[in-house]
Design a protein around this ligand. Structure first.
Ligand SMILES: [Mg+2]
Length: 428
């Protein structure tokens, strides 16, 4: 046996993640139908299993379903992203302790690698992390185990679909895998998009087993190396490696839809300034600096008006200084503003990110070390004060003033896991 066959790959996925987070922090919601709404309480974007059982559709607009949800006594909540991000962080930190390598794939999914014990049985390991996750976070996870990433994804799907699996399925320990593969439609395989699945279906390939049996040369001719790798992984070869966590990002975007559309330049500038302050703090927390800044705005997809603009500035010196970034963003906001349109969304993008430990100096506008130190100290002080007190302890004057356009989140749950002021108090 080769070393590599001892290593197993598992895909760990939290079930109904947003709804589970809400049920976890509010015991009244346990075993009750819960739905979560998108930004501005627009559409249903997540459902608890109890809500699924009531046949409440994903993506349907809230205003259309409101009456029915009321009648069915469904709990309706605005999306509480700081709660979900915090729970995700806790989940990944827990998983890290029980695997050798981890690739955080999305907010509620991770690929992990783990060596098989001598008896090859990873079920006790999987049961343990499943129990620990429930005990510590109050959420349920599904674990698919196999020899590689594509098969781990398949195993995860099987763990969800097969009732007796109890949320864990090890594909490598199953004799009649052909019968399982025949049940998996090609469009459900990880990495197969709509176009590819249409092409496969036109060739008479409907399920995973038929894709495995397809002629390699035919796949390669149409889908190239990506398709070949996918077929090899389905067969059990290992082609895709786990990508290390904490990849540094290539860009940072902060954008929001407005609660009410805006028409004044002042409002647009203020919104962009707030996003720029957020984005700069985010960059500093990851030791990154930007050398290209973009801003954009657009009208609503649902309105009859159609307007979108963006503006861009390249910088000579990379920076993470909010003062410098704000000046640029304020100037750029004038370029994208048009008084004739009702703007419903805007955002800022920090691009060409580099690590600030390897700062490249331009010879044209060489900044003196002392100036750099001063600006660094100021930003560090602001960040630490905001971290200690709350996010708005110190901010820029441009952000002050009532904001009618801020996001509507009328049905927001508590933020007790991320905001110290919201921790419940018990009065005896
Ligand atoms: Mg999930």
């Amino acid at each position: 046996m080769t070393i590599s066959s001892i290593e197993a790959i598992a895909l760990i996925d939290a079930n109904n993640f947003y709804a589970s987070c809400e049920q976890s922090i509010n015991p009244h919601l346990r075993n009750k139908p819960v739905v979560i709404l998108s930004n501005n309480d627009g559409c249903i974007i997540a459902r608890s299993p109890e809500a699924r059982a009531l046949k409440i559709k994903m993506g349907s607009p809230y205003f259309k379903e409101k009456e029915r949800l009321n009648k069915l006594d469904v709990a309706v909540l605005s999306s509480n992203y700081s709660l979900y991000a915090d729970m995700s962080k806790r989940l990944m930190n827990l998983l890290k302790n029980y695997c050798e390598k981890i690739e955080i794939y999305s907010i509620d999914e991770a690929f992990v690698s783990i060596s098989r014990p001598n008896n090859k049985n990873l079920y006790p390991w999987a049961r343990k992390i499943r129990a620990l996750t429930y005990q510590n976070l109050g959420i349920t996870i599904t674990i698919g185990i196999a020899e590689n990433k594509v098969r781990a994804k398949v195993a995860n799907k099987l763990a969800k679909n097969i009732d007796y699996s109890a949320g864990i399925f090890d594909l490598a320990r199953n004799e009649n895998e052909n019968s399982y593969f025949k049940e998996i439609s090609v469009d459900k395989i990880w990495g197969i998009g709509k176009q590819t699945s249409n092409w496969l279906k036109s060739k008479g390939i409907k399920n995973a087993q038929e894709l495995i049996d397809m002629k390699e040369s035919e796949i390669f001719k149409k889908l190239g190396i990506v398709g070949k790798r996918l077929q090899l992984e389905l067969k059990g070869y290992k082609c895709l490696t786990l990508e290390k966590g904490n990849k540094s990002k290539r860009e940072i975007q902060v954008s929001r839809s407005f609660g009410t559309p805006i028409t004044k330049l002042e409002d647009l500038t203020q919104a962009l300034a707030i996003y720029a302050i957020k984005a700069s703090a985010k960059m500093r927390s990851q030791s990154l600096q930007t050398s290209a800044i973009s801003v954009f705005t657009r009208t609503s997809k649902y309105s009859s008006q159609n307007y979108q603009r963006s503006a861009h500035k390249k910088l000579i010196n990379a920076t993470d200084n909010t003062n410098v970034i704000l000046k640029i963003v304020v100037a750029l906001s004038k370029e994208i503003y048009n008084p004739e349109y009702k703007l419903s969304k805007a955002g800022v993008l920090m691009q060409d990110l580099t690590n600030c430990n390897y700062l490249q100096q331009s010879i044209i506008t060489y900044k003196f070390q002392e100036d750099i130190k001063k600006s660094e100290n100021l930003m560090r002080t602001i960040d630490s004060l905001n971290k200690k007190y709350n996010n708005k302890a110190i901010t820029w004057a441009i952000t002050k003033k009532t904001k009618e356009w801020t996001i509507n989140r009328n049905l927001l749950s508590r933020t007790s896991t991320t905001d110290i002021r919201k921790i419940p108090t018990i009065v005896i």
